[in-house]
Ligand binder design. Structure first.
Ligand SMILES: Nc1nc2c(ncn2[C@@H]2O[C@H](COP(=O)(O)OP(=O)(O)O)[C@@H](O)[C@H]2O)c(=O)[nH]1
Ligand SMILES: [Mg+2]
Length: 359
């Protein structure tokens, strides 16, 4: 899963990114590879996985990760190519979800691109750029679909009608997520990939020692079903660069918990409707994975390995807490709580899954 960090210049994107890189560094004993300097691969800690690993005597714990991409350069006019805008918009298109950083702190030493600190206006500037970008994309797509629709093809006719609705909504300043596609052309939204259909988490970059979010931001977020997390980004970035004992001491002294940053990771993860499942065995790595809610154990097998999916026979499934309570697979089987499931079984949050397959 990949999350794009967006916001105006100087909003605090890179500071938040550096802070997240610190979370990455804390997990230095996990085999992560840093791919690009503006990509942070952050593990998603899960107590349930730790408990399962302990119960089974796993060789190590391998949590699933989330990738944060620091996407610089969104300014007013980006959709017209202002400030390399189109390039940055293309980066956003590749992400599953958006973290929108908005400056709340009023430190006069930090220049604001518009010369004033007005968080709600800043949010609207960014949202307007995303809407314009979607509008252009939708209009281009419409030209192509219109030709197909002239032949009377049902799917194309349905998509064209949807595109007209979408274009009207975007023109009125509403996001694409407000206009779901019709059942005859459900894939139309995937084909178009509108930026304003992606789920958003707002990060309010607050004054150090204050986690108060202006009510206007909270209201704005709630109106679109989004959440807001308060993070003092510069302080978190500085803490991330200190060695762990010093950082912990300073945290205690300043009275800042880790909650802000953790909330960003959890919140970003929570944006997509995902369930966590685990694979684990004695002397093997205990691993967490995430799957869209409603997908089956056969899809889960594909996530683990394509060979395992190809040779899928059945899966042994048990909720993580029942496995921990039983003390192991053998005891769970005797208690009758280890179930056999076929390929259509929808994975539940917290399932421990062992796929039986023919190689
Ligand atoms: N006082 C204060 N300054 C901050 C905070 N977050 C970021 N800054 C400063 O604002 C400037 C721009 O931050 P940066 O993270 O590079 O913003 P970006 O352009 O969105 O990537 C830097 O000088 C940061 O040190 C904050 O929470 N409080
Ligand atoms: Mg930056």
């Amino acid at each position: 899963m990949k999350v794009g960090i967006v916001g105006l210049p100087n909003a605090g994107k890179s500071s938040l990114f550096t802070a997240l890189t610190g979370v990455q560094a804390e997990a230095a004993n996990y085999p992560f590879t840093t791919i690009e300097p503006n990509l942070a691969i952050v593990p998603v800690a899960d107590r349930r996985l730790d408990a399962v690993a302990d119960t089974l005597g796993a060789s190590k714990v391998v949590p699933d990760t989330i990738a944060f991409h620091d996407i610089a350069g969104l300014v007013a006019g980006a959709h017209r190519g202002e400030g390399l805008g189109n390039q940055f918009l293309a980066h956003i298109r590749e992400t599953d979800a958006i973290v929108h950083v908005v400056r709340v702190h009023r430190d006069a030493g930090v220049v604001h691109p518009e010369g004033r600190v007005d968080p709600l206006a800043d949010i609207e500037t960014i949202e307007t750029e995303l809407i314009y970008a979607d509008l252009e994309q939708a209009e281009r797509r419409r030209e192509r679909v219109e030709r197909a629709a002239k032949s009377g093809e049902r799917r194309a006719v349905a998509e064209l009608r949807w595109l007209d609705e979408l274009i009207a909504a975007l023109s009125a300043g509403r996001p694409a997520r407000a206009v779901p596609p019709p059942s005859e052309a459900l894939d139309a939204i995937t084909l178009l990939g509108p930026l304003t259909a992606k789920p958003v988490l707002f990060v309010a970059n607050v004054e150090e020692g204050s986690d108060e979010v202006p009510p206007a931001i909270v209201e704005h977020a709630e109106a679109q079903g989004a959440r807001v997390v308060a993070v003092p980004a510069r302080l978190e970035a500085e803490l991330a660069e200190l060695p762990e004992p010093e950082a912990a001491a300073l945290r205690a002294e300043l009275g800042v918990g880790e909650s802000g940053l953790e909330a960003v990771v959890r919140g970003a993860f929570g944006l997509l409707e995902l369930v966590a499942f685990f694979t684990a065995a004695q002397d093997k790595p205990a691993q967490s994975w995430h799957l869209r809610r409603g997908l089956s154990v056969w899809h889960a097998a594909g996530l683990i390995h394509s060979d395992i999916q190809r040779g899928f026979v059945r899966a042994e499934v048990i909720p993580w807490d029942q496995l921990v309570a039983a003390g192991g697979y053998g005891a769970a089987r005797e208690r009758g709580v280890l179930r056999l499931e076929g390929r259509g079984y929808p994975v539940a949050d917290g399932d421990v899954v062992t796929v039986r397959f023919t190689p």
